[in-house]
Design a protein around this ligand. Structure first.
Ligand code: AP5
Ligand code: MG
Length: 219
């Protein structure tokens, strides 16, 4: 099962992908996570992308396409993959089509998570992320058991650099301009399935089983 997960900043793409990876063993590939890991290491790639990300702007297409191409080419996906946060522009969508055709890995669905704008800001400003394993929390909606400590690995929880209000507004504006039009592109290919962004954990299982037709979960 090869999927794209789309939705505005804070829609719940990472949260959904993590539940699906744990329960259905589909590999989660997040370009945002890849970039943040490189920034943390201060690798040449990390240094090159850092200022775009902090300001809430998109990393240039060519750089992003090359990374996704190398991850998809070198990776092994026994149960398929979920691309979270890619593609975000028409150029990226065309590049992805080319890569997937070359690798003979067609897309099965594009999951579009729908959330009202007023919910997004609250979610993002309260989000905390594990600096060790990327597990996502929220100070009130999904808190860790011990404050600022990851339930999964004991790592320290941090706030993302681009989660300041000014960057968040920029990210939402860019999504509306550049990424939302891609939904039409995938609608024409008949790939879109929508998920209500207010989902609870058990709604995810129901969604995966009835809408995506996957029945081999271990929840
Ligand atoms: P990226 O990391 O992809 O960020 P994003 O798209 O802005 O999305 P977020 O990660 O903020 O939100 P999410 O939908 O994953 O929500 P989450 O599950 O965390 O990209 C970051 C940056 O990298 C970009 O701005 C750009 O600079 C660069 N970049 C990345 N990809 C690129 C590309 N392809 N091209 C160019 N540049 C690229 O949830 C949010 C919060 O809500 C959490 O606290 C969570 O606990 C809570 N929550 C989630 N779901 C629910 C729910 N159902 N109920 C209650 N609370 C919930
Ligand atoms: Mg995310």
């Amino acid at each position: 099962m090869n999927l794209l997960i789309m939705g505005k900043p804070g829609a719940g793409k990472g949260t959904l992908a993590s539940i699906m990876q744990d329960n259905y063993h589909i590999t989660h590939i997040s370009t945002g996570n890849i970039f943040r890991e490189e920034i943390a290491k201060q690798s040449p790639l990390g240094i090159a992308v850092e200022s775009f990300i902090t300001k809430g702007e998109l990393v240039p297409d060519e750089l992003t396409n090359n990374i996704v191409k190398s991850v998809l080419t070198q990776g092994h996906f026994p149960n398929g993959f979920m691309l979270d946060g890619y593609p975000r522009t028409k150029d990226q969508a065309i590049a992805l089509d080319r890569i997937l055709t070359e690798l003979n890995m067609p897309l099965n669905f594009v999951v579009d998570i729908e959330v009202d704008d007023e919910v997004l800001l609250k979610r993002i400003t309260g989000r905390r992320v594990c600096s060790g394993c990327n597990t996502i929390y929220h100070i009130s909606l999904h808190p860790s058991i011990k404050q600022d400590v990851c339930d999964v690995c004991g790592g320290i929880l941090i706030q993302r650099e681009d989660d300041k209000e000014e960057s968040v507004r920029k990210r939402i504006q860019i999504y509306n301009q550049k990424t939302e039009p891609l939904l039409d592109y995938y609608r024409q290919k008949n790939l879109i399935v929508t998920l209500d962004g207010r989902f609870k954990r058990e709604d995810v299982f129901e969604f995966v089983e009835t809408k995506l037709g996957i029945t081999h979960g271990n929840h």
